[in-house]
Design a protein around this ligand. Structure first.
Ligand SMILES: [Zn+2]
Length: 312
């Protein structure tokens, strides 16, 4: 009996989700990983950028960090934007009674802040001025020469902060940032959905089940979570707020393309850019661990990711 059979016979733990929402496994692996457009919600969540700030980075390029609120959860989802000329409609919209100083404080300024500056809507040094309609909506259109590079990234505390070699989230995040820095424009939508949406506590339990022999999909299913519980409609709404309608998406996950485009294709992925693990590209680069190998293999074999695993 191999590990696959053992884990199919083991009982599911903690009835936290209705079985109809869980994805079933059979002898061939996962069923129904392919996301259909008509499974997506009809309407997008509404999002509002509440603050934005320039962040000089240790890697060289400056980024503009955008913090969003929304009407579906109370988490602080983010957009990491490369390029000052990619601007949020909701952030820049004029609010009744606010001063130019209020606007600069919440990040609704054009160009660059410097000591003594007193107008948010115009940067005299750089010669840029924003225009608004009578409802206070910014009317400037950003002219970009090509569809912007976009990465939809789900928070991974272990991979980004605790040096985990169980997954390649940290590496993918760094690589996406590097490509956008080189390009000059880009956006990483950073969603607060840890552990494919099950939360950090449940993810840690899944890791223990993996150490007992389960793969990443089996471990989630044993905890009665779907293999992937994430939703990307917030990302779609955030991209639209930033005016990013046609994008080049950095991903290996075909379901993510369908999900981010949304039911009505309000965002269009005009090109997919593959994210090939660095360890598969070069001898002495990337993450080396048996855990990450299993993690990537499961993505390819059970979750339909568009990667070819290297021969070993
Ligand atoms: Zn991760």
């Amino acid at each position: 009996m191999d590990a696959q059979d053992v884990f199919q016979d083991m009982p599911l733990i903690s009835p936290t989700i209705s079985p109809s929402k869980a994805i079933s496994i059979n002898g061939n692996g996962i069923q129904g990983h392919k996301l259909e457009r008509d499974q997506l919600p009809e309407t997008l969540p509404s999002v509002e950028c509440v603050a934005r700030a320039r962040i000089p980075t240790t890697q060289g390029p400056e980024i503009f960090l955008h913090l969003y609120s929304n009407n579906v959860d109370n988490k602080e989802h983010l957009a990491i934007v490369f390029g000052e000329d990619i601007r949020s409609k909701s952030l820049f919209k004029r609010r009744p009674g606010e001063t130019q100083h209020d606007r600069m404080t919440r990040g609704a300024y054009v160009g660059k802040l410097r000591p003594g500056r007193d107008i948010a809507d115009r940067d005299d040094v750089l010669g840029i001025e924003l225009k608004f309609d009578e409802d206070g909506n910014m009317v400037n259109e950003t002219q970009l020469k090509e569809p912007v590079l976009v990465r939809i990234h789900s928070e991974c505390y272990t991979g980004e902060t605790a040096w985990s070699a169980r997954c390649d989230c940290g590496e993918q995040f760094d690589e996406a940032g590097r490509l956008m820095g080189e390009n000059g424009h880009g956006c990483i939508v950073y969603l607060r959905q840890e552990g494919r949406g099950i939360g950090l506590g449940e993810k840690l339990k899944a890791y223990n089940l993996q150490d007992l022999g389960a793969d990443t999909v089996q471990a989630n299913l044993m905890l009665r979570h779907p293999a992937d519980k994430r939703s990307f409609s917030l990302a779609t709404a955030i991209l639209l707020d930033l005016g990013l309608v046609e994008i080049q998406l950095l991903t290996n996950n075909p379901d993510k393309i369908v999900a981010v485009e949304g039911k009505n294709r309000s965002v269009k992925v005009v090109k997919r850019i593959p994210m090939i693990p660095l360890a598969w590209q070069q001898e002495n680069a990337g993450i080396k661990s048996k855990e990450v190998e299993g993690y990537l293999r499961t993505k390819v074999e059970k979750m339909g990711h568009l990667l070819t695993t290297p021969d070993v």
